[in-house]
Design a binder for this molecule. Structure first.
Ligand code: ZN
Length: 207
């Protein structure tokens, strides 16, 4: 099991194996939001992104798509990408390979029901996947996406501390940023950060 939870290990692997960075050279940041769709926050977040002409990638959990298909559909209609973050978000560490593959298949079938010509893009729950799964997915031409910048929004720190983290370690061209759309914090953070990043010359694209 390679634990890609942090960016240290994943960053050492070739980008075409597990992508931690997006294309560079166009001052683009790749915002990604995990664990939705969420009834309360996902569309609120989309409203905010729209103000900055920002496109993002939503790594959705299959069972949440089943719960809120209309929200997922709206995310797509607004020009964002929905990608695979497993069916139930159970950590892959202790699961047999067959079950891991079923988790991915289950989620993918829910995404393709919304959008038949969907791409094969996967991010592992908690960023943990083993070599045999990696091998299987690469054989089937999946893109595996990690991140280069963790917002740490899951820690639910006060907004000011969270902003300090960002200011101490500025984002760079091509960064894939990890947020979650199951809480208000990401929205509060981005309300402040998006205009700042725009002023620095960044735009925001989906993967
Ligand atoms: Zn997750």
């Amino acid at each position: 099991m390679i634990n890609l939870g942090g960016t240290k290990v994943a960053g050492l692997l070739p980008n075409r194996l597990i992508a931690t960075k997006g294309p560079k050279g166009s001052m683009t940041l790749y915002l990604t939001f995990d664990d939705g769709p969420h009834l309360e926050y996902t569309l609120k977040l989309c409203d905010l992104l729209e103000k900055f002409d920002a496109k993002a990638t939503f790594f959705c959990i299959g069972r949440n798509i089943t719960r809120y298909p209309d929200i997922a559909r709206k995310v797509l209609e607004r020009g964002h990408l929905i990608a695979n973050h497993s069916d139930t978000h159970e950590c892959f560490s202790n699961q047999p390979l067959r079950k891991q593959l079923n988790e991915i298949k289950g989620c993918q079938s829910k995404i393709t029901r919304l959008k038949p010509s969907t791409s094969r893009i996967f991010r592992a729950p908690e960023g943990k996947l083993n070599l045999s799964l990696l091998w299987q997915l690469k054989l089937k031409k999946w893109d595996i996406i990690h991140w280069s910048y963790d917002s740490m929004d899951f820690k639910k720190l006060p907004l000011e501390s969270q902003l300090t983290l960002f200011r101490n370690e500025p984002v760079t061209d091509g960064d894939i940023l990890l947020f979650h759309d199951d809480n208000q914090l990401a929205i509060d953070l981005l309300e402040i950060l998006l205009p700042e990043w725009m002023e620095q010359g960044f735009r925001f694209g989906s993967l």
